[in-house]
Design a protein around this ligand. Sequence first.
Ligand SMILES: Cc1ncc(C[n+]2csc(CCOP(=O)(O)OP(=O)(O)O)c2C)c(N)n1
Length: 610
Amino acid sequence: MSADLATLARMAQKLRRHSLETTAEAGSGHPTSCMSCAEIVSVLFFDEMRFDPKDPSGRDQDVFVLSKGHAAPILWAALKEAGAIDDDLMSLRRLGSPLEGHPTPTCPWVRVATGSLGQGVSAAAGMALGRRLDGSRGRVYALLGDGEAAEGAVWEAAQFASFNRLDNLCAVLDANRLGQSGPTMYQHDTAVYADRFRAFGWDVAVVDGHDVAALRAAFAKARATSGRPFAVVARTLKGKGVSFLENKEGWHGKTVKKGEELAKAVGELGDTGVTLSLEARRYEPAPARPGGEPVLDPDYRLGQEVATREAYGTALAKLARVCPDVVALDGDTKNSTFSERLKEAAPERFVEGYIAEQNMIGVALGLSTEGKIPFASTFACFLTRAYDFIRMASYSRPSHLVLCGSHAGVSIGEDGPSQMALEDLAMMRAIAGATVLYPSDAVSGERLVEQAARTAGIVYIRTSRPKTKVLYANEEYFPLGQSKTLRASAGDRATIVAAGVTVHEALAAHEALAKQGLAVRVIDLYSVKPIDAETLRKAASDTKAIVTVEDHSVCGGIGEAVAAVVAGFAPVTTLGIREMPRSGTPRELLAAHGIDAAAIAAAVRRALGR
Ligand SMILES: Cc1ncc(C[n+]2csc(CCOP(=O)(O)OP(=O)(O)O)c2C)c(N)n1
């Protein structure tokens, strides 16, 4: 049963009171950003959304994404008032409390971490898409700020949602006129936002965001809209309800002082004694999802020439056949990354993200919260522009989120530096909890795709453009945190650690050095993170020198990863990209940057003083 309008309005005042009191207690936070959206949150949680307050992970119910994550206190207040959490609201921002400064899934009602503005609508679109794929009826609501709407990614998401006809998605824009350090671009000109959403293919209602009846009517209209997403543009006042805060500059991220100031603010809110008990409201159950084990069977011949990017696509298509939860996304590079092979195998599970990488990662994250195993691919260099989305995704602790970056390094050749990923290993290694994989041949490529589907959290797979020889038998396994020692003997004087294309250069260097009577060990570091510290340390104590070689910047890549684990055991020489690359053939570039077989052999001799 829905609450009456007067009760919803009083609940909004109560949510304001909680926001003021909890932030005052914490001594930090954003009460005025909560106060502008109090009616929006009240109407959503206590009238519009269907959910079971006892079941945060339940399917078949509506979900809420607080894109303007700094308004976390009002989310905690609404959840508490709804009976969905029993945490002490006064523990806001205290170490150990799930009620953090910005939402994270430490609170089970939070599906994606927010607080880096401009990301919530992408994640919400991914959730909406996942629901459609599953035939589940739950709707998705995302609340964003007007200042936040200056982020380009918001409009990437808007475009994606209408293109994909996500009519189960509703965005609410809390247009309170003020940002952090001053007024927002368009202040209270709500027509600008409405026009923008319409231009991006959404249906829109512009409302007074403090009028609960108008909000209820807008949400009803949104629910009744089919074929396109719906935006509620709500004109509001920051700090609404308290005379010395309302619509005033200089109060963003500031709390009122406990004592007299807080008492005055709370006094102005009037009656806040309302309580509401929410009954569980959910949709009829969606069809059960069929399961499937990610088991692959590579089918390659030793010595066959196959690019790892192609092996990725082949593996992905096979995976889609055995695993119904696997979904692929790509940023208009599917014919280069070979993710198009999944599209051929299971077209309904291929999501074209077009050239909007930030949104693609946000959508992939949203899909993962719906139980999907998303594989998102593009040229590795273009993932760098989505790094903030990747960073935030790690705080969302996704069950699965696989990213594949193809065209790694200078070995792409003629296209030149704009298309070469030279920073991706550094970037992905730095993500807490991420797994970083780097196949050198088609078999390891396929096996690492299999591993990625089984591995929780963010997994990065780095693939290469040139064809490389198959090195491994089809039966070979590639466990995380291990490596493959491809050449070893009791008389090894040095160890070469390589990955991807440089494994093949290292093997050629091994041969050349052997002809000169110098035995060297060769290690394929396919699991860059977690790293095989044991094998590396043994090699470092068995041999006199370690030479690492990578088609990546020497900063933050394999060399530094290896050096960190063998420090104190053996000296490390790192070969990698140190200078700005140019166009050229792959061969020329490997040589020019000192990472081909000849350069490796020379580095080994130097390291051994020969
Ligand atoms: C990407 C990003 N840039 C900057 C910030 C810092 N910041 C936090 S809140 C805020 C202002 C937000 O304004 P608006 O979206 O209008 O939200 P309001 O607080 O007014 O509701 C800023 C700049 C951030 N969190 N994320």
